[in-house]
Design a protein around this ligand. Structure first.
Ligand code: BDR
Ligand code: CA
Length: 308
């Protein structure tokens, strides 16, 4: 299988156990040239998501990559309470080193805007693993820079699948629906990976065992992260690897089947917040991953994490 050519990439994230696994995969794979990690509040508060990004880079020996702290709250509503699923430290209590490098002083949105302006238009991809607050602020405050993004690949939403925070709403879009609505309406090239796909990409106990017995430090760390995910959940036999699907799509898009859908995002102030509706008029065109070859992406993941 031919993997994607290396792309200049920014990861916007709220780590988060599944974010952490996605970041480790990106760091392990030559298909990503990571220019920076920008953080957002979501699974847990901004100080913790920022610290976790630094801890992951320290673990991977990649503190050459800068971390920029971003939005501490949604655009225009109160942020969510920390999710129990990710533990008190946001990454399930897994032992990671303290970062030696501090986060940068600049705000994530300011840095991202300058970075995009300094690169050829279309050269930078943004992998969005959390609420879309930073990207919405970029669109609203720095539209010229936003237009230079090559593509955004984001985890979020539910199309035909039931939601994970409301009947039809998914956490990342629900946590800041106004931001999601801005990004969807912006017309920027946007690939959305909803629960319809991410719930099909599941780590089983057997899968975790294969990673931990591989003798590779990154694979063993991913196994520990998934184990802590099992411990916090009611279903302890298999867990969906939501955010990781963003990296897997970037690596091998042919393993996903996409549809171009005209979408609108609900900004209701009730449990419908973040719901997606397919429109026949209005809405904005988004490329949505609807199906995935799950065994093939899991094999790809294993290969990337256990490669010499
Ligand atoms: C999304 O919500 C968060 O808890 C995960 O990190 C993922 O980004 C799944 O709905
Ligand atoms: Ca996330």
């Amino acid at each position: 299988m031919n993997l994607a050519k290396p792309r200049l990439t920014v990861i916007d994230t709220d780590p988060g156990i599944d974010d952490a696994i996605g970041i480790l995969l990106a760091l392990a794979s030559p298909s990503f040239t990571i220019a920076g990690i920008t953080t957002v509040a979501g699974n847990i508060g901004i100080e913790t998501t920022t610290r976790n990004a630094g801890r992951l880079l320290a673990f991977a020996g990649r503190e050459d990559i800068p971390v920029f702290q971003g939005a501490s709250a949604p655009l225009s509503r109160v942020g969510p309470e920390p999710l129990n699923l990710h533990g008190e430290d946001g990454i399930g209590g897994v032992a990671l080193p303290d970062p030696a490098r501090l986060p940068e002083n600049r705000h994530a949105v300011e840095w991202l805007a300058d970075f995009l302006m300094g690169q050829p238009a279309g050269a930078v991809d943004v992998l969005a693993l959390g609420p879309l607050t930073n990207l919405a602020r970029l669109v609203l405050e720095k539209p010229e820079a936003a237009r230079r993004i090559g593509r955004i690949i984001g985890m979020g939403g539910a199309i035909h699948e039931h939601g994970n925070v409301g009947p039809r709403s998914e956490f990342n879009l629900w946590a800041d629906p106004e931001a999601a609505a801005v990004v969807v309406a912006s017309g920027l090239p946007f690939v959305l990976i909803p629960l319809d796909v991410t719930r099909r990409v599941r780590a089983t106990r057997e899968f975790v065992e294969a990673l931990s017995s591989s003798g590779k430090p990154t694979a063993a760390m991913v196994a520990s992260l998934i184990e802590s995910y099992f411990e916090a959940a009611t279903n302890r036999e298999s867990r969906p690897l939501h955010d990781l699907c963003v990296m897997l799509f970037a690596l091998s898009p042919e393993l996903f089947e996409c549809e171009d859908l005209q979408l609108s995002v609900s900004v209701a102030r009730n449990e419908q917040a973040g719901e997606l509706t397919i429109m026949t008029e209005g809405g904005a065109m988004v490329r949505v991953a609807m199906r995935v070859d799950a065994p093939a992406v899991l094999e790809l993941l294993t290969r990337q994490l256990t490669a010499d």
